[in-house]
Write a protein that binds this ligand. Structure first.
Ligand code: NAP
Length: 486
C-alpha cells in the first residue's frame, strides 16, 4: 500500500481524509480493536466528557451543528467520529482487529514492514496515529495482583462489574477520576477516593445547547465557525500564563480556591484538596460536581499514601486497611513511555521511544532523522494543556499530506535532515525553562528525567504556521532516480 495509517481515532481518520483530498487513495487504516474511535471508543467510564468545548473539539472541515452540549460527553464524540467515517466513506479502509506489533523500515525494499496480529504488510509511508492516551497505566503498587475483587482501569471500563451497593476504591484524582467519582458515588455503598496530589479544579461552564442554536448552526455555518474562533482565541490567551509568565495563573488559582471554598465547607477537607503547585503544571480540571461528592456520607477522601494492595483492599501508610469490593484505577496512561513507540524501528534500528528520552531529535513533532517516510501524529511536544489537540493534528496533517505527496510522486524517501531536526528539538526545549510545566510538580507531561517531551510550549497558531508547508530544504529526499535531491 502507499500509506499505512495506524490508529482510527481523530488522528487516523483525519489523516485518511486529508490524504484522499490530496489524491492519495491507496491507504489502509490499521485498528487493533473491533471498531473505530480510539480513546473516545475506549473511555466509556460514567461521566466521561471532553474538557474542550465541542465546537473546537471537532474537525474544522466537519463541524457538527447538532452537538447537544457545549462540552460533549463521550458517546456523542464517538458518534461524531463514526459519522465522519461514514460521511467520508472511510470504513472500507479500516482493517479492524489488526494489532500492530512491529513497524520496521526494511533497507532492501525501502518500505516499511508492519507485523500485525493478522499477518505482515508493506507500506511506502507510515502515519502513526495511535495517540498519547491509548495505553492505560496501572500503577506499580505492591500487591496489586493479590486483590480479591475486580480491578478496572477507567479506560477499560466493564459495565458487567457490579458497583451498586459495593465498597469501591478509586485511585487517582486526575481528569478521569473527577468525572467518574460524582457519577458512581450515588450508587455504591461506600466510595474511598485515594488522592496522591490534589488537582486544580475550575468551575465547569458546559450546558445543553438549545434547539434554536442548533438550527442557526445548521442554516448558517458561519455562526458556528465564529463561535469556534471565539473559543479558540480565548484559549490562546491562556498561553500568556502557561508559557510566558506563570505568575499570571494567580487569578485562575484564586477562582479555583473560591470554587473549592464554595463547595467544601469542612476546613480540613478543603486543605487536603488544595493544590500546592502552580495551576497549569498538571492538567487543569473543570468540574462542578467532584467536590460536592465529598459531602455525601458514603464518600471519603483518603490522603495517606498507599503502601500496598491486599486481597481485601488498600493499605495506607497509617496502617489502615481500606476494605473494598472493587478497585477503580483512574491512574492515567503511558504517555512518554508509550509501548507503541518501542515497536517502531527506523532505518538504523533505533526505536521511536528514543524521541521521548532525549536521544532522537524530531522535526515539528512529526518526523525523525533515519525514519524515512514515517510520520507521527501527536508526536513529541505537540500535545496541549490549554486547547484542542485536533487543531494540532490538523496542523501536522498540512505538512504530512504534502510530504507524502512528494514521496509518492517522486518515488522518494523523505526524512528531516539531522541538523535541522536537532535544531528544532533544541530550540523547542530552550523554551521550556520558566514555563508552568517547569514548576516542580510531577505530571504525565514529563519523561523519567523530568523533561517535558509532551506539551507544545507556545501559541498553537505558531505551530500551524510552522507546519503549513513542506519545506524540501529541511529534508533529505532520496529518490530512485537521483540518490539525493536535497
Ligand atoms: P492522570 O491525569 O494521569 O491522573 C492519574 C491520577 O492517578 C493522578 O491523580 C495520579 O496522582 C494518580 N496516581 C497515579 N499513580 C498513582 C499511585 N501509584 N498512587 C496513587 N495515585 C496514583 O490520568 P487521567 O485522569 O486518566 O487523565 C489523563 C489525561 O487524559 C488527562 O490529563 C486528559 O488529557 C485526558 N482526559 C481528558 C478528559 C477530559 O477531556 N475531561 C477526561 C479524562 C482524561 P499524581 O497526580 O500524584 O501523579
Amino acid at each position: 500500500m502507499d500509506v499505512a495509517v495506524i490508529g482510527s481515532g481523530f488522528g487516523g481518520l483525519g489523516a485518511a481524509i486529508r490524504l484522499r483530498q490530496a489524491g492519495v487513495t491507496n491507504v489502509s487504516i490499521f485498528e487493533r480493536a473491533h471498531d473505530l474511535g480510539g480513546t473516545w471508543r475506549d473511555n466509556t467510564y460514567p461521566g466521561c466528557r471532553c474538557d474542550v468545548a465541542s465546537n473546537l473539539y471537532s474537525f474544522s472541515f466537519a463541524p457538527n451543528p447538532k452537538w447537544t452540549n457545549t462540552y460533549s460527553y463521550q458517546p456523542e464524540i464517538w458518534r461524531y467520529l463514526q459519522d465522519v467515517a461514514d460521511e467520508y466513506q472511510l470504513r472500507p479502509l479500516i482493517k479492524y482487529d489488526h494489532d500492530v506489533l512491529d513497524v520496521s523500515f526494511d533497507e532492501s525494499s525501502k518500505q516499511w514492514r508492519l507485523t500485525t496480529s493478522q499477518g505482515d504488510y508493506d507500506a511506502r509511508c507510515v502515519i502513526l496515529a495511535t495517540g498519547g492516551l491509548a495505553e492505560p497505566r496501572l500503577p506499580a503498587i505492591e500487591g496489586l495482583d493479590t486483590f480479591d475483587g475486580p480491578i478496572m482501569h477507567t479506560a477499560q471500563w466493564d459495565d458487567a462489574v457490579e458497583l451498586s451497593g459495593k465498597r469501591v476504591g478509586v485511585i487517582g484524582t486526575g481528569a478521569s477520576a473527577v468525572q467518574t467519582v460524582p457519577q458512581i458515588a450515588p450508587i455504591v455503598s461506600t466510595l474511598e477516593v485515594f488522592q496522591r496530589t490534589p488537582s486544580w479544579i475550575l468551575p465547569h461552564l458546559g450546558h445543553p445547547v438549545i434547539e434554536r442554536t442548533k438550527k442557526v448552526f445548521s442554516t448558517l455555518p458561519l455562526a458556528q465557525r465564529l463561535v469556534r474562533a471565539w473559543g479558540y482565541w480565548r484559549r490562546e490567551l491562556m498561553v500568556l500564563g502557561f508559557v510566558k509568565d506563570p505568575r499570571r495563573m494567580t487569578k485562575a488559582e484564586t477562582m479555583s480556591r473560591e470554587h473549592l471554598e464554595r463547595q467544601i465547607k469542612d476546613e480540613s477537607l478543603r486543605e487536603k484538596l488544595t493544590p500546592l503547585y502552580r495551576l497549569g503544571c498538571k492538567r487543569v480540571l473543570i468540574s462542578n460536581d467532584f467536590y460536592p461528592a465529598f459531602a455525601r456520607d458514603n464518600v471519603t477522601l483518603v490522603t495517606d499514601a498507599i503502601t500496598s494492595i491486599e486481597a481485601k483492599g488498600v493499605r495506607t501508610s497509617d496502617g489502615t486497611l481500606h476494605e473494598c469490593d472493587v478497585l477503580i484505577m483512574a491512574t492515567g496512561f503511558f504517555v512518554t513511555d508509550n509501548p507503541m513507540a518501542t515497536k517502531v524501528h527506523g532505518a538504523t534500528g533505533e526505536t521511536l521511544s528514543n524521541a521521548y528520552h532525549g536521544n532522537l531529535a524530531n522535526y515539528k513533532g512529526t518526523t525523525f532523522p533515519d525514519f524515512p517516510n514515517f510520520f507521527m501524529l501527536g508526536g513529541p511536544n505537540t500535545a496541549l494543556g490549554h486547547s484542542s489537540i485536533i487543531f494540532m493534528l490538523e496542523s501536522q496533517l498540512n505538512y504530512v499530506t504534502k510530504a507524502v505527496r512528494v514521496a509518492l510522486d517522486d518515488d522518494a524517501l523523505i526524512e528531516p535532515k539531522a541538523h535541522i531536526a536537532a535544531r528544532w528539538t533544541r530550540e523547542l526545549q530552550a523554551k521550556l525553562p520558566g514555563t508552568v510545566w517547569d514548576m516542580g510538580c510531577s505530571s504525565w507531561y514529563l519523561n523519567d528525567a523530568g523533561v517535558n517531551t509532551t506539551i507544545w510550549p507556545d501559541f498553537t497558531f505558531k505551530f500551524r504556521t510552522a507546519t503549513r508547508h513542506f519545506d524540501p530544504r529541511d529534508h533529505k529526499i532520496s529518490t530512485s532516480k537521483k540518490s539525493e535531491v536535497s
